[in-house]
Design a protein around this ligand. Structure first.
Ligand SMILES: *Cc1c(COP(=O)(O)O)cnc(C)c1O
Length: 456
């Protein structure tokens, strides 16, 4: 008696390819894709057998191949409903875009465009022309350009203005923005050397003065947007820094983080630094994101003095970090909302910030009616997120779904994520909370349907 070898019991690739159910896949998938799916399944099966599992019968293997085939055409990147109440949620794709922005992006993505073509001269043009005038008008800058994101903008500005030299920066501003993005690491990549001044909680103008020398390439300020130093603190204002930079004839770079063009105090939020204010104070180059409080597509915006921006445009990295045409079109459309003074109504991020609490309460009640008797509506706070305006938030109404504690909250949150489209909720102290503020009212029907099916 010999024990059978489970590996030898497996069907061959050819045997599987001639199975009629596998052959039927060729109607939808290329021959190479079908072969790849069969091989993947056989590899996975061999691995399972190696781990001590018995060899599956042919039907089981074929069904697994069919399942693989279905998954192969399902995009991993899918729309989700953000019920977390975090408006600029980096893990959920940051700013949703206005209808006008989406239309502009589609329009340019569909065909050819004058991306780098001067229609008047019939000659080569620059992609920077499409955003420069708007950015100049909105911020009062002499010149402007845009790159792929704000991390790119920091890298480009430091590379072009301070490579091989020192950049003087306060210790309190050597921050990690999130996702492991650390200002000191980006500075190192640019070839600029860090000259840290002051302490974590206190930095004075005299610290900057003492650090400036022959090796200094630039002064830099980074808006510590995702945390707050409270208590015994001292920092140097951007106006004082600009005056110092001008006296010593050194460039001053200001990373304001979130590209906030509006006065946040009108929405009951604390003041957030604006690019306009930095330029007015005398900063040479201001950097900010396109997809945080600006509410547009992913981008890094750079505004400032003409000769410095020209230097950045000519730097070889500018080519490596350049923006895609559809994003340029989208950003231009988003900037139009600010030029037309309609951002609070049209830009989704601002619409969410400006959403009246009564409207949120009414929607929460509609959700509660669908969810059944056990839920309640509680007071809470929506967060701005994206490293903007830490811990402030806005008062909101939350739908609270009770759980029996333990892992029940996690199980309920999982059921919401398994919905189509997935709904992402917040779990606090075991309760599952849903915030209507970050959900587009056009998605309410989908939320209500999901709550009904879960409660039934
Ligand atoms: C978010 C942020 C960045 C990174 O911007 P991205 O657009 O995500 O690359 C850089 N600096 C500050 C201060 C930020 O808040």
């Amino acid at each position: 008696m010999t024990t059978s070898n489970p590996f030898r019991d497996l069907p061959s690739v050819d045997a599987l390819l001639s199975d009629e159910r596998v052959r039927a896949l060729s109607a939808e998938y290329s021959g190479d894709t079908v072969i790849a799916l069969v091989r993947e399944e056989l590899d996975a099966t061999r691995e399972a057998i190696g781990d001590g599992q018995p060899a599956p019968v042919l039907d089981v293997i074929v069904e697994a191949i069919e399942k693989r085939a279905r998954a192969a055409l399902t995009p991993t990147l899918r729309p989700v409903i953000n019920a977390t109440g975090v408006i600029i949620h980096t893990n959920l794709g940051r700013a949703p875009l206005s209808d006008e922005t989406i239309m502009a992006m589609t329009n340019i993505a569909r065909g050819y465009s004058n991306l780098e073509f001067d229609l008047e001269q019939g000659a080569r043009g620059s992609r920077h022309t499409h955003l420069e005038e708007q950015l100049r008008r909105l911020t009062g800058a002499q010149a402007a350009m845009a790159v792929n994101n704000n991390a790119s903008a920091v890298l480009l500005a430091l590379s072009a203005l301070a490579s091989g030299r020192e950049v003087v920066i306060s210790r309190s501003q050597l921050v990690e923005i999130g996702g492991g993005f650390r200002i000191p690491d980006v500075m190192a990549q640019s070839g600029a050397r860090l000259a840290e001044v002051g302490t974590t909680n206190r930095t004075y103008l005299r610290d900057y003065k003492a650090a400036i020398g022959d090796e200094t390439g630039a002064l830099m300020r980074v808006h510590a947007s995702n945390f707050k130093v409270v208590g015994f603190t001292a920092s140097v204002s951007i106006t004082e820094l600009a005056t110092l930079a001008q006296e010593r004839e050194i460039a001053l770079i200001d990373d304001v983080g979130s590209g906030c063009l509006l006065d946040t105090t009108q929405f009951g939020l604390p003041a957030e630094p604006t690019p306009q204010a930095s330029l007015e104070a005398g900063v040479d180059v201001v950097l900010f994101s396109g997809d945080k409080l600006l509410g547009g597509p992913q981008a890094g915006l750079i505004v400032g003095k003409r000769e410095m921006i020209e230097k950045l445009k000519r730097h070889p990295l500018a080519r490596a970090l350049r923006m895609d045409k559809a994003s340029i079109a989208g950003l231009a459309a988003t900037l139009d909302h600010y030029l037309k003074d309609e951002a609070p109504e049209k830009v989704p991020v601002w619409r969410m910030i400006a959403m009246p609490i009564d409207e949120i309460g009414t929607r929460a009640q509609e959700w509660a009616d669908a969810a059944g008797a056990s839920v309640s509506i509680i007071e809470g706070r929506s967060m701005i997120g994206g490293g903007s305006l830490p811990d402030e938030g806005l008062p909101t109404k939350l739908l609270a779904m009770p759980t029996n504690g333990g892992s029940a909250g996690g199980a309920l949150a999982r059921r919401l994520r398994e919905n189509d489209p997935p709904i992402v909720a917040r779990i606090e102290r075991g309760a599952v909370l849903l915030d209507p503020r970050t959900v587009d009212p056009r998605e309410d029907a989908a939320v209500i349907a999901a709550l009904k099916s879960i409660s039934s």
